[in-house]
Design a binder for this molecule. Structure first.
Ligand SMILES: [Zn+2]
Length: 263
């Protein structure tokens, strides 16, 4: 077993970069190849490997929380989720239920990093590899039920009314100008802002709006001193709200079926 494991670990560490390797790509497959049901050693080794991987991933994912705006976090959520789901699949292979529960907890307490809509989509795909009974044995309802509840709650909230221009996305920058920007974004009534601002500060606001991927145009009017930054919330805001609800309802329907109707 040991020799075979070393061979497989070497495949995980291409170019023999032993000390730089931070994760085992496709760990679920590596676990499947190494696992021998009656061999305690293989079980202990794989438990260690999965734990190591989980800790590495957790660290690198959670570190991204304060650095990225929520839209950026959301864009990368699927790749993060898939990495963790590979560990989860490995845990299922070696029956590491405690580690699985820890992964469920990780997902549910870090919704900014593992956004629940993206998590749902990944879970729907993931669940197709398993039978309902297997998912039940591993208590997947402990993960799926709370996600369903969060999505239902969002869907039950009233739709955006036609005059509501508020944008509630959090800005990770706390500078004085960003506080003014946030006030404008949060305002229900204000859809436009003309803001005399020096070049550096204008550029900072341009960058923040771009990073936050907001339905807000930002242009500079080159008159007066300092020049004026012109911000305009666009109708895309209302379109996005509608699309989000439709998408959420569809995803929720598919996720609810995962434990209910699969055979
Ligand atoms: Zn700022």
């Amino acid at each position: 077993m040991l020799f075979r494991s070393i061979k497989l670990i070497e495949e995980w560490l291409p170019e023999k970069k032993y000390f730089n390797a931070d994760k085992c790509i496709g760990i679920d497959k590596t676990v499947e190849k190494i696992f021998t049901p009656d061999d305690k050693q293989s079980h202990l080794f794989l438990d260690w490997l999965l734990r190591f991987q989980l800790n590495q991933l957790k660290k690198s994912h959670i570190e991204q929380k304060p650095i990225y705006q929520s839209a950026e976090l959301q864009k990368l959520a699927p790749s993060r989720i898939v990495e963790i789901l590979e560990v989860l699949a490995g845990c299922m292979t070696i029956n590491a239920k405690k580690m699985m529960e820890e992964i469920f907890e990780l997902f549910l307490t870090n919704c900014e990093v593992y956004t629940y809509r993206e998590l749902s989509v990944c879970l729907i795909t993931f669940s197709k590899k398993y039978k309902t009974k297997e998912l039940e044995v591993f208590n997947f309802e402990k993960l799926i039920n709370p996600i369903v509840a969060i999505m239902e709650k969002e869907l039950k909230a009233p739709e955006r009314s036609s005059g509501d221009w508020s944008i509630m996305d959090k800005n990770i920058c706390n500078c004085a100008d960003c506080k003014i920007l946030t006030q404008f974004l949060n305002s229900q009534k204000e859809s436009q802002k003309v803001w005399p601002l020096s070049k550096d500060r204008r550029q900072h606001i341009h960058r923040m709006i771009d990073n936050m991927i907001l339905p807000v145009t930002h242009k500079t009017e080159h008159t007066g001193s300092p020049h004026k930054l012109k911000l305009n919330k666009t109708n895309q805001l209302f379109k996005q709200s509608k699309e989000r609800r439709l998408d959420l309802a569809e995803t929720l329907g598919a996720l609810s079926k995962v434990l209910n109707t699969k055979n």
